[in-house]
Design a protein around this ligand. Sequence first.
Ligand code: BV8
Ligand code: ZN
Length: 260
Amino acid sequence: MKEPVPRKELDRARDLLGTADRIVVLTGAGISAESGVPTFRSADGLWKTFRAEELATPEAFARDPRLVWEWYGWRRELIAACVPNPAHQALARLALADPMRITLVTQNVDGLHHRAARAEAGSGDPTRALPLELHGAIHRDRCSACDRLDREPVAVDASSEATLPRCPDCAALMRPDVVWFGEALDHEVLGAALSAAERADVCLVVGTSALVYPAASLPDVTRSRGGSVIEVNPEATALSASATVSLRGSAGRLVPEIAV
Ligand code: BV8
Ligand code: ZN
């Protein structure tokens, strides 16, 4: 059984967040773990069973688009059965309560922050609680050649290369609208995330191993400008030693306690 987080550390994290004028939040796969979405690098992670570093690359897609689509089709179905957890909900409430103060940034492609924002906004406008998606969104397709986007793609039939989705405009293969290794992030999205990190008094980092760049550079940007870094993670990470407060626990339990 994990040690409970000392009350003093929780209070320190809550005070830092409560008194901050501007907060940037960076989430990774760990925030969705309690929703049932496998993470990448933990014991039962995606990267283990699917050699994902070979699959989440343009080279893999060029070499074997059917296998890559089979992996994404499996992940899409798995994610469709998952729901946001109290950590997503608490962050959505925080952002909706004071949108100018909070910028949500996620590495995740699962869309669970969007679903939490819409649920928490009810009949209100969820826009302010929608995260900057640094690595795209798994449920969208885009054309591998032109700029065609499909926001509501039909289920992919990855049984053969002939049944893979093709662009209605140029007939090239469609691909998941995610950023693969070796691909550049959308420069507007990354620019907005970096400037939020520069302006932030606090960077709250939830559920990331902090290994993937440039996403993992966000907390360093806040700290280099004199801001604080709060980490929520059941394990120590590359970030833990330099964090102002590193809370050793799960997102679903700790985020609703400190993001109030
Ligand atoms: C770029 C989308 C340049 C796809 C993803 C050497 C060779 C080649 C490249 C590089 C290299 N060195 C560095 C690079 C750059 C590379 C990189 O950083 N590689 C790493 C692995 C070293 N980065 C890139 O390639 C990026 N692009 O640099 O482009 C460029 C510039 C100009 C022009 C051309 C090119 C693109 C990176 C994006 C890759 N795409 N995803 C898909 O999802 O299929 S990354 C993938 O990893 C996911 O997005 C994921 O979010 C991300 C990071 O992983 P985490 O989220 O941290 O997940 P992880 O499993 O690792 O950790 C989970 C954590 O949660 C753990 O710490 C665990 O303890 C914790 N946890 C578990 N349970 C809980 C919990 N926490 C809280 N509560 C719980 N209950
Ligand atoms: Zn096209």
